[in-house]
Design a binder for this molecule. Structure first.
Ligand SMILES: [Zn+2]
Length: 73
């Protein structure tokens, strides 16, 4: 994967706007080695109008936790 970690995370989320991902799965899919880094990136996404952070089921691991999804691609 190319790009900065936030760019990679954003492109993973934007690739499917129906998909909600927890920080762990976002880290895996965006190839971010540190879960804490994924958490920081996803939290900052939640402050923008392009993404939503909410409690819900993760589309990948099915756990109910804080997930992030892109509102638009
Ligand atoms: Zn997950």
């Amino acid at each position: 994967m190319e790009g900065t970690l936030p760019e990679r995370a954003a492109s993973v989320l934007r690739s499917d706007t129906r998909r909600s991902l927890c920080d762990d799965c976002l880290a895996t899919l965006a190839e971010i080695k540190q879960r804490q880094t994924a958490h920081t990136i996803a939290s900052s996404f939640g402050l923008t109008s392009d993404f939503v952070r909410e409690k819900g089921p993760c589309s990948r691991c099915r756990a109910t936790k804080t997930v992030t999804k892109a509102i638009r691609s």
